[in-house]
Ligand binder design. Structure first.
Ligand code: GLU
Length: 251
């Protein structure tokens, strides 16, 4: 059984890049006769924008996405994350780290605390051994994105992750955690991300324009065309439902 998901972070409203990502996983799930779940990745409370989670769900619904089952909220999953962390601790796969951000240059952690906290340092975060010793529990006590995602993908029995290529770097880290935790590894497919005129990824945090509901049909058409050129041009001004029926027939 195929099970896919779309997992937006409520850091701002949906934009064209999110529509492309949602569509990629949705069409893949439907083409496989599978299920498609929505998970609200509100694990990072400080980065959350009030109201964004509801606005995202309302937009998804307005644009015609139909998800299976209830929406999972990461903000309600603290116990599951804590349990996974305990499992990693019991396996000695993680260690406390007392380094501040300023002390670490570059992406790779130099392993300063991996053999025990050096004298004078106090534990701030927890890191996992291997794959660059990345953080699994942040200094503010918040579960890190990488751990939350693998715990939830396993809990939701996700078989296929289709997401933006901006998350390519995360996949080996997530696979590392899945192996340590004894979870099955989903299949992954990364799709091209939409870039703004300045060459940067469209992003909620940098204020990409929210989806314009008045242009829903043509935005969906444009998202299909971005995914794979060849959508019939006359569909661009067709009602949303017609664009969907073409897309669902095609894939
Ligand atoms: N929440 C992540 C984001 O919005 C996506 C996570 C994922 O698809 O694995 O960028």
């Amino acid at each position: 059984m195929y099970r896919g998901r779309f997992a937006p972070s409520p850091t701002g409203p949906l934009h064209f890049g999110s529509l492309v990502a949602a569509l990629a996983s949705y069409l893949d799930a439907r083409a496989h006769g599978g299920e498609w779940l929505v998970r609200m990745e509100d694990v990072d409370r400080p980065r959350e924008m009030p109201g964004a989670a509801d606005a995202i769900l309302a937009d998804l619904e307005f644009f015609g996405f139909q998800w299976d089952g209830p929406v999972m909220y990461q903000s309600q999953r603290t116990d599951a994350y804590r349990e996974a962390l305990e499992q990693l601790k019991a396996a000695d796969a993680v260690y406390p780290c007392g380094c501040s951000r300023k002390e670490i240059e570059g992406d790779q952690y130099p392993g300063t605390c991996s053999h025990g906290l050096p004298p004078g340092k106090v534990a701030r975060a927890w890191r996992v051994r291997g794959e660059g010793d990345f953080v699994v529990l942040r200094a503010d006590g918040c579960c890190a994105y990488q751990l939350a995602v693998v715990v939830d993908d396993a809990a939701q029995c996700i078989t296929d992750v289709v997401r933006g290529a901006d998350l390519l770097d995360s996949t080996p880290r997530q696979n590392h955690l899945q192996r340590l935790l004894g979870y099955p590894l989903p299949r992954y497919r990364h799709v091209p991300v939409v870039l703004a005129a300045d060459g940067q990824k469209l992003s909620k945090q940098t204020g990409a324009a929210a989806l314009d509901r008045g242009r829903a049909g043509s935005l969906l058409w444009e998202a299909l065309e971005f995914r794979e050129p060849g959508a019939p041009p006359e569909l661009k001004s067709a009602p949303l439902a017609d664009v969907w029926s073409w897309a669902l027939r095609r894939y």
